[in-house]
Write a protein that binds this ligand. Structure first.
Ligand code: FES
Length: 80
């Protein structure tokens, strides 16, 4: 949790990505999902979110919040 939000942090081929942990569809726990080809897949209904843009092909106008990440040694900092 950071800034009052539940955050999903993922290591995608060595790049650390951070998003809201709450799926914008029906609130699924994105941190329990999986990643395929740079897409975060929600465990509840399988919606896919691009980890760079937050966009989903399932519904125009719905976007997952993506946070800028800075990694310094073993610490991860987010711009919320
Ligand atoms: S709650 Fe995530 S796809 Fe439905």
């Amino acid at each position: 949790m950071a800034g009052g939000r539940f955050i999903c942090i993922a290591n995608v081929n060595g790049e650390i990505c951070a998003t809201d942990n709450v799926c914008p569809h029906w609130g699924g726990p994105l941190g329990q999902g999986r990643i395929e080809d740079g897409k975060l897949i929600c465990p509840w209904h399988g919606w896919q979110f691009d980890l760079r843009t937050g966009e989903t092909p399932r519904k125009a106008g719905i976007r997952l919040a993506i946070y800028k990440v800075t990694v310094i040694e073993e610490d991860i900092f987010l711009a919320l």
